[in-house]
Each structure stands twice: as C-alpha cells, then as structure tokens.
Design a protein around this ligand. Structure first.
Ligand code: NAP
Length: 259
C-alpha cells in the first residue's frame, strides 16, 4: 500500500463484480474509503465483506442501487452522506452488454443498454457533483474499445460507449473550473462475468477463447486488475494534468492493421 488515495472517498458503480470490484480493491489498498453500487444485494454485501476482511481499517461499503432509476441514485448518495460529506472520486463502471444484430434489436433492448451504460453514468455524475469538495476530484468512466471498433451484434453497447467518450470530454470541459478531471478508460477483452457470458453464447467457447487470446500482441486477454491500476492512475494526483482523455487498455488488440 502506497497510500496514493489516503483520505479520499470513492464511489464505484458496478463495484460488486469484475472490473469494478478490482477497482474497489485497488482503491482500498491505496487508502481510500470505498463505496460500491450494484443491484444484487447478496453479491454486493459479499464483496464488501470480503474486501473489508482483507483490510479491516478501511471498510468497503455496499449500497444497493439500480442506475436505471434516478431516485435510487439519489438514495445511494444520501446513504453515502451518512458516512462522509464528500466524494473525491467517482468511477462510472457499471455496464451491460447484449449480443443482437440490427435485424433483431428492439427499441426496448436499445433503451435498456443506453439506460444503464450512458444515462446511468450521466445521472450518477450529476447526482455526485454536489459532493465534490472545492479542491476538486476525479471522475473515471469505463468505456470500451467498442466505442471506436465495430463488432457484429454490439450496436447499442457500442453507441453507449461512444456516448460515454463524448460525456467524458464534455464533462471535462464543463467541470475543469471546479478542478474536477474527467477521463475515460477503454478496455479490450477483460476476463469477467461479461466476458464469460459472451464466451458461453458462442458455439465453440474454447476456440473463441484461444482466438481472442491470439489477437493480443501481448499474448493474453486482460485481467480486471489491468483496468483497475489504470483507473488508479487517472483517479490519483499522478494524472493531475490529464483530463478529457480516453485511455486504451487492450494489450495492443486494436493496433494491428489486419488481425
Ligand atoms: P460484470 O462483471 O458483469 O459487472 C458489471 C457490474 O455492473 C456489476 O457490479 C453489476 O452489478 C453492475 N450493474 C449492472 N447493471 C446495473 C444497474 N442497472 N445498476 C447498477 N449496477 C449495475 O462486468 P465487467 O466485465 O466487470 O464490466 C465492467 C465495465 O467494463 C462495464 O461498463 C463494461 O462495459 C466495461 N468493459 C468490460 C469489458 C470486458 O471484457 N469485461 C471490456 C470493455 C469494457 P448488478 O448486476 O448486481 O447490478
């Protein structure tokens, strides 16, 4: 522990699993008081308990919240305010995916993905702003390479992540006078539940796993901790002169001209 976030309060949407959980763990390791949001209370409480057990001096707290509902977001912030009067770091990480091509997509599918991945990030950002101290803070949005690279079956997801990049840039501009930096991280393939579900939906998961591994110049898919360490950088003072950027964390996946 190097205490890069000592004394900071961090709020992480979707911090109960996968990438969000890894971010919570890294932030806790660096001395932050961490709050995690998610819908599944069993999972949320289990994650909070496990992380707290590892570092009892820095409890991780779970607050149930569904980002599709603005009232639940407001309730989450009022719950957090019972413990702390400020938020220094917000990570908009919660996200869902759906594998359907345009012929099969419904308006409801579109609304669901956009509501969680983009509208949820907007609402949570807006609700958290009053809690940022005068000294400012950092917001990190977890996007995806899908914002810039097309894959079949990902239209609403890709559009939500492209929107998140635009949200990042525009918030960075509008919030700079409050010393709030806003950045985005665009991960490639990261081994989490989201990835496992995608693998399971394939007719040949083993072949797909090997194919995707081989696509990476670094020779492996990403791990949640790869994204978490980059998020720490953008949330900490080490990135004090960086705002409005979109950082690729993809093991070189997208640099090849011909995969
Ligand atoms: P994950 O393991 O499925 O975790 C998703 C998290 O979001 C969970 O904590 C989940 O908790 C929460 N969540 C989902 N819907 C929610 C809602 N309506 N309200 C509040 N919380 C909600 O996913 P992950 O792979 O860690 O992905 C995290 C982020 O990284 C996402 O934004 C994803 O798009 C992005 N990303 C992932 C990959 C990858 O390969 N894994 C690649 C690029 C980008 P509940 O289900 O309990 O609500």
């Amino acid at each position: 522990m190097s205490n890069r976030l000592a004394g900071r309060v961090a709020l992480i949407s979707g911090g109960t699993l996968g990438i969000g959980r890894a971010i919570a763990e890294v932030f806790q390791r660096e001395g932050a008081c961490v709050f995690i949001l998610g819908r599944d209370s069993v999972q949320g409480n289990a994650t909070a308990a496990e992380l707290t057990r590892q570092l009892p001096g820095l409890p991780v707290r779970y607050i149930p919240s569904d980002l599709r509902h603005s009232q639940q977001i407001q309730n989450a912030l009022s719950c957090l305010s019972k413990f702390h009067s400020k938020v220094d770091i917000l990570v908009n990480n919660a996200g869902i995916e759906m594998d359907k091509t345009i012929e099969k997509l419904t308006a409801e599918d579109w609304d669901l993905i956009l509501d969680v991945n983009l509208r949820g990030a907007f609402l949570l950002t807006q609700a958290t702003l009053p809690f940022f101290p005068e000294s400012g803070g950092a917001i990190v949005n977890i996007g995806s390479i899908h914002a810039t690279h097309a894959f079949p079956g990902c239209i609403p997801y890709a559009c939500s992540k492209a929107g998140l990049v635009a949200l990042t840039r525009n918030c960075a501009l509008e919030l700079a006078h409050r010393h709030i930096r806003v950045n985005c991280i665009s991960p490639g393939y990261i081994d989490t539940r989201l990835w496992e579900e995608y693998l399971k939906s394939s007719p040949n998961p083993e072949e797909l796993a090997e194919q995707t591994r081989a696509l990476h110049p670094v020779g492996r898919r990403g791990l949640p901790c790869d994204v978490a360490e980059a998020t720490l950088f953008l949330a900490s003072d080490s990135s004090a002169f960086i705002t409005g950027t979109d950082l690729l964390i993809d093991g070189g996946l997208t640099i090849r001209a011909h995969p």
